[in-house]
Design a binder for this molecule. Structure first.
Ligand SMILES: [Zn+2]
Length: 491
């Protein structure tokens, strides 16, 4: 399938299908209806926002023989058809950025006075007009001062600041906006349906986000990522490097309901998915920012303050991300700061909350200090520690930290630090976890295999890992916090 095919096919052929530029659409439609079309328009705005498509619509509206509702091109008469196929001699499209474009602008002045060959009007569309030379601008300016009645100009640019004021002042100017995410998603979903492409809604969301307001980019990506009539989120995620967007909302929910465990789970899920945590925080903060602005307009000051607080803490986490050897740690700290280290639905006493904040602060300082110690160094050090580890419970207990240091995945290491060996059989070792969360993490198939391999490596004996979770005791929030951070806080 040719990459550009879908964009061509779904570029708007009439005003009804023009996506996202409602104000411009209304103004131009009214101009057509009332026969007050300006002889020179200047369309500025980011790429892929519909400037050239709108220019073509205007060219068709000027020349169409059977306008629908007095404004929309019929797409059936000879002029509409020829413009759609790019072969109407009276519609002159010039790319000012190309070499040929420079010559065409030079010729423009002498050719402009000739009457149209076939159509009623000649329409010049000059794309990337900011690329024109000063001489070309001067020539154009003369023409714009007194355009012949049979000529219309549509200038398009992505860089309005490079257009001389003298040109701008002679045109009716429209600033094309980035197309809203929602409008892009609606369009992609429409195309998927029309093309019978199987796709989940979250793929549209991810692509629309990435396309950043450009319909051409959105459709291009959509086409590029569709394989055998299917658009799979896994593929979109891999290529665009986006995180699962539903996790953004889930994390927000978890923070708002103070569901710390779920929030931590989401972060571990992100990490396991191999998501770019930096990007995730960026997206998360971007999301919160929209909510914050919304809350200001709704005069919900409590919500605004709450959102500001979350944004600040997550921005702080973002700045620490590069500095730590366990990439998800700053996020974990942010979550615990915000949601508190307690079960969902449990009230936190003020005093306890302050204590927790203090702990979080200390832990952060500790993290900062430890920055330079990379994972490799720590593993190396663990291996260097002398003393054989024997296949006996006391030895395994005593050397547990050395064993866990050999685990590669940081999140798995963290979970193992919350565990102790409690029973050793002929060839199975039972470890006890503080929480179900850490247990589940370690007992995931690949993780368990890795741990078993490490133990076999250090003791020389094959082992099967069994697990139990410690009966939940009522603990102070401080203990819980220590537990999450691996049980050691330094002053
Ligand atoms: Zn027509």
């Amino acid at each position: 399938m040719e990459r550009i095919a879908l964009y061509r096919k779904y570029r708007p052929h009439n005003f009804v299908n023009l996506v996202g530029q409602d104000y411009i659409k209304t103004t131009l439609v009214n101009a057509i209806k009332s026969h007050h079309i300006s002889h020179a328009y200047l369309f500025s705005g980011p790429r892929g926002t519909g400037k050239t498509s709108t220019a073509r619509l205007m060219a068709k509206a000027l020349n169409c023989q059977n306008l629908i509702d007095d404004h929309d091109p019929c797409n059936e008469c000879e002029f509409c058809v020829d413009i759609n196929e790019g072969r109407l001699i009276d519609m002159i499209e010039i790319d000012a950025a190309s070499n040929r474009g420079i010559d065409e602008v030079r010729d423009l002045k002498e050719k402009i006075n000739f009457a149209p060959t076939r159509a009623k009007y000649k329409v010049y569309v000059i794309d990337e007009v900011h690329m024109m030379t000063r001489e070309a601008f001067n020539a154009l300016l003369k023409t714009l001062e007194e355009p012949p009645p049979h000529v219309y100009f549509i200038l398009a640019t992505t860089e309005i600041h490079k257009i001389p004021d003298t040109i701008i002042s002679r045109c009716q100017r429209f600033d094309f906006k980035r197309i809203s995410r929602k409008a892009l998603m609606t369009r992609l979903s429409y195309i998927a349906q029309a093309e019978k492409i199987e796709a989940e809604d979250k793929t549209f969301e991810a692509i629309s986000k990435y396309a950043d307001g450009g319909l051409r980019d959105a459709i291009g990506l959509f086409e590029q990522l569709t394989v055998d009539g299917k658009l799979e989120f896994e593929k979109v995620k891999d290529v665009l490097g986006v995180s699962d967007l539903s996790l953004l909302d889930s994390l927000y929910e978890a923070l708002m309901t103070k569901d710390t465990k779920n929030a931590l789970k989401i972060i571990h899920e992100l990490h396991d998915q191999g998501s770019d945590l930096k990007k995730f925080i960026h997206e998360f903060v971007d999301n919160l920012r929209n909510k914050m602005i919304e809350s200001v307009f709704e005069s919900d000051s409590a919500r605004t303050a709450n959102l500001m607080n979350i944004i600040e803490i997550f921005q702080d986490a973002q700045s620490k991300l590069q500095l730590v050897s366990i990439p998800q740690l700053p996020l974990e700290i942010a979550v615990i700061k915000l949601a508190g280290p307690v079960e969902a639905g449990t009230e936190i006493a003020d005093g306890a909350k302050k204590k927790v904040e203090k702990i979080a602060e200390k832990v952060e300082k500790k993290v900062d200090k430890k920055v330079e110690k990379t994972t490799e160094e720590r593993v190396h050090k663990a291996i260097e520690d002398t003393g054989a580890i024997t296949f006996e419970l006391p030895s395994l207990k005593e050397n547990w930290p050395r064993i866990t240091e050999r685990i590669k995945a940081p999140s798995l290491r963290l979970s193992l630090k919350n565990a102790v060996p409690v029973e050793l059989g002929e060839s199975d070792l039972t470890i006890q976890f503080e929480t179900r969360f850490h247990r589940d993490k370690v007992m995931e198939h690949d993780h368990r295999i890795e741990l078993e391999a490490v133990i076999k490596d250090v003791t020389g004996k094959p082992v099967k890992i069994l697990s139990i979770v410690k009966e939940l005791e009522i603990k102070s929030v401080v203990d819980e916090a220590l537990n999450i951070f691996g049980g050691e806080v330094v002053d």
